[in-house]
Design a protein around this ligand. Structure first.
Ligand SMILES: Cc1cc2nc3c(=O)[nH]c(=O)nc-3n(C[C@H](O)[C@H](O)[C@H](O)COP(=O)(O)O)c2cc1C
Length: 308
């Protein structure tokens, strides 16, 4: 049994210390081998938007990213057969760090073989994030999506987000946060010991489908979860705002089989529209080529003097 921790922050920084605490607690429960990959050690190029991976996934190809000269192939091999993944990410500008977001974008091209392996060998997943202040509100969906996409078909058993720890390693002063990280680790360990009954054991959150705490207005009293797309009606009950969730919208959320099918159909319909209007697109692009301005580019660098 092997648990891989993904450390998104500074070396021995707050998130890494939470991660080590969680991993140690998991090992006490299930005896798993532990590994940590520091995401800052990876050389990951940005997704270039070529859509080769998506075309591959929908047309019988391997779904692999065309960018192969960085650490993504190594990374996917290193995590593919892990039994559990635990992500710990700092919060930068309300969301996980750019390193984590770059990884998330590149996971789209991780390949069909990896995805199939994960679906047939479901991982246990968990995620946590720590920031320096109370600017933490948009982090949860992206950290959740990173673990979810790295382990399609996984069971995410716990997640939490905390703030107010800006200085390096100061989280050691906060026993409550370290105990919360240990609890997350124990939940991962327990899920690994009893995979059949593994389920989400963290804080329930406002959304019953993904357990996030975000809501968006959707006209009148209708509200939705911007992350998983569950929907319901907001009502005031005993002076409190509560949501009466639609059972079908919760069941058919973005991450279930129906949500997946809807997403694929949605993208296919848009590509069909583009295909049917190829000539019109070409003409409009041509017209817009001649814009009254210039493309401004940075100076060319000498690769021999550029630091990696
Ligand atoms: C560029 C940058 C942006 C940041 N933005 C936020 C933020 O929006 N919210 C927050 O709570 N902390 C923010 N922080 C603080 C870090 O999340 C905090 O220092 C954290 O402890 C770093 O984690 P680490 O020690 O695991 O690397 C930011 C830090 C940096 C460097």
């Amino acid at each position: 049994m092997r648990i891989v921790g993904l450390s998104g922050g500074r070396r021995s920084g707050n998130n890494e210390l939470m991660l080590k605490t969680a991993l140690a607690a998991a090992k006490q429960v299930c005896g798993a081998e532990l590994e940590i990959i520091r995401l800052q050690d990876l050389k990951l190029r940005d997704c270039i938007g070529c859509e080769t991976c998506m075309r591959g996934l929908t047309t019988g190809g391997d779904g692999l990213c065309v960018v192969r000269d960085d650490d993504m192939p190594w990374f996917s091999a290193a995590v593919k057969e892990a039994d559990a993944l635990i992500l710990a990410t700092p919060i930068y500008d309300l969301i996980p760090t750019g390193t984590v977001v770059t990884l998330l974008n590149r996971v789209l091209g991780i390949g069909k073989e990896y995805q199939t392996y994960c679906r047939t060998h479901p991982k246990i997943g968990a995620a946590m994030a720590l920031g320096g202040s109370d600017w933490i509100n948009l982090t949860e969906p992206l950290m959740d999506l990173t673990v979810r996409n790295l382990s399609k078909g996984s069971v995410i058993v716990d997640k939490f987000v905390v703030g107010h720890n800006p200085a390096p390693s100061m989280v050691v002063l906060d026993e409550a946060v370290l105990e919360r990280a240990a609890l997350l680790g124990r939940r991962v360990g327990e899920a690994l010991m009893d995979r059949e009954h593994a389920g989400f054991a963290g804080d329930s959150g406002v959304c019953p489908a993904c357990h996030c705490n975000l809501l968006e207005p959707r006209g009148g009293a209708r509200v939705g979860c911007p992350y998983c797309d569950a929907e319901g009606t907001a009502v005031i009950r005993d002076g409190s705002l509560v949501v009466e969730w639609d059972a079908d919208k919760v069941r058919d959320n973005r991450f279930g089989p129906a949500g997946d099918a809807h997403h694929r159909a949605d993208i296919a319909a848009s590509h069909k529209k583009a295909g049917e209007n190829r000539e019109r697109i070409r003409q409009r692009v041509q017209e817009l080529e001649d814009f009254d301005g210039v493309f401004v580019q940075p100076p060319k660098r000498d690769p021999s003097t550029t630091k990696e």
